[in-house]
Design a protein around this ligand. Structure first.
Ligand SMILES: NC(=O)c1ccc[n+]([C@@H]2O[C@H](COP(=O)([O-])OP(=O)(O)OC[C@H]3O[C@@H](n4cnc5c(N)ncnc54)[C@H](O)[C@@H]3O)[C@@H](O)[C@H]2O)c1
Length: 303
């Protein structure tokens, strides 16, 4: 018996890296998986590669159920047909893992319009579009049966967005947006029995191998295993997709190697009040109160 027997999952960008390892684990736990991937280059350019097909073959060879999908999740029609394929092929949808991503790192002052648009499009719109059609499917199903649907969305954020990494303005803004989207989806879909959570993974994939050298090797040595293997992040996604996490929603996790963390962001830390409209002088007057115990300079990047 698998933990996800009878469930149907869609995973975007599952032809490689983190998404691939999630697809393999979910399928090995009994889920039927629609493996979506356009086969793009790291920077998003189209290519002739069809990695989704390879992952489907791997799953089938191991005795699992899977179907390939090549839709571009940034397109309205692509997102709609991806969700429809799960329903038509496997009879429904229980799990949506939004994972597809690209990278075009530049300092903000060197970034051009195309770098901004492409990254915002794949991450932010690429999370929204499949969620939109999955949400509509679950809402209709819940209304039809009068029951909550017991479904899960798992989004893919990043520490680059949660903590704000220099050189990744487009990517970080999108990933912070995905963390916000995760909480908003959790609030909107709760009434239909859908939970929504996000992971901020850290793994050695083609997206990060240029960073890996010393950091990855040091972490591997400390952990005593391949701490940066993309497979390390998949267990959390399988747990979030399963009924074991039925009471978990609106949460953003960091997962890497042997470390998993729950995060909470944008909580007020200090306050000042006034019984009159604020003036510039009054703001200056409460400066010490606002920054009590808190550094007023640029926050350090917590990696
Ligand atoms: N690797 C890390 O350390 C790390 C850290 C933080 C966040 N992430 C996030 O994890 C996710 C997976 O990244 P990865 O490291 O496995 O990268 P990867 O490049 O190995 O895999 C991403 C996949 O997404 C696919 N893709 C790109 N655009 C697409 C589109 N429009 N429609 C469908 N598929 C598309 C690509 O073809 C590729 O196979 C991304 O969202 C990434 O931002 C990764």
């Amino acid at each position: 018996m698998g933990l996800l027997d009878g469930k149907v999952a869609v995973i975007t960008g599952a032809g490689r890296g983190i998404g691939r390892s999630e697809a393999l684990l979910l399928a090995s736990e009994g889920a039927s998986v629609v493996v979506n991937d356009v086969g793009a280059a790291v920077s998003g350019e189209a290519s002739e590669e069809r990695p989704a097909e390879e992952v489907v073959n791997e799953i089938k060879a191991a005795g699992g159920n899977a179907a390939a999908n090549f839709d571009d999740i940034t397109s309205w029609k692509g997102g709609e047909s991806l969700i429809q394929q799960a329903v038509d092929t496997f009879g429904g949808l229980d799990i949506l893992v939004n994972n597809a991503g690209i990278l075009r790192d530049r300092m903000s002052f060197n970034m051009d319009e195309a770098d901004w648009d492409a990254v915002i499009n794949v991450h932010l719109k690429g999370h929204f579009v499949p969620s939109r059609f999955a949400g509509a499917y679950w809402r209709a199903k819940s209304k039809e049966t009068g029951q909550p649907v017991n479904a899960a969305i798992i989004n893919t954020s990043s520490e680059a967005g949660l903590f704000g990494n220099a050189g990744q303005l487009n990517y970080g803004a999108a990933k912070a947006g995905i963390a916000a989207m995760t909480i908003i989806l959790a609030r909107e879909l709760e009434r239909f029995g859908v939970r929504s959570n996000a992971i901020a993974p850290r793994a050695r994939t083609r997206m990060t191998e240029f960073l890996m050298g010393s950091v990855g090797a040091a972490d591997d040595e400390k952990a005593g295993f391949d701490a940066w293997a993309p497979e390390n992040t998949a267990a959390l996604v399988a747990w979030l997709a399963s009924d074991l996490s039925k009471d978990v929603s609106g949460q953003v996790f960091i997962i890497t190697g042997g470390l998993v963390q729950v995060t909470q962001g944008w909580n007020p830390v200090n306050k000042a009040t006034s019984d009159k409209p604020w003036t510039i002088d009054a703001i200056e007057g409460v400066r010490d109160q606002l920054f009590k115990g808190v550094d007023s300079g640029v926050p350090p990047f917590q990696f």
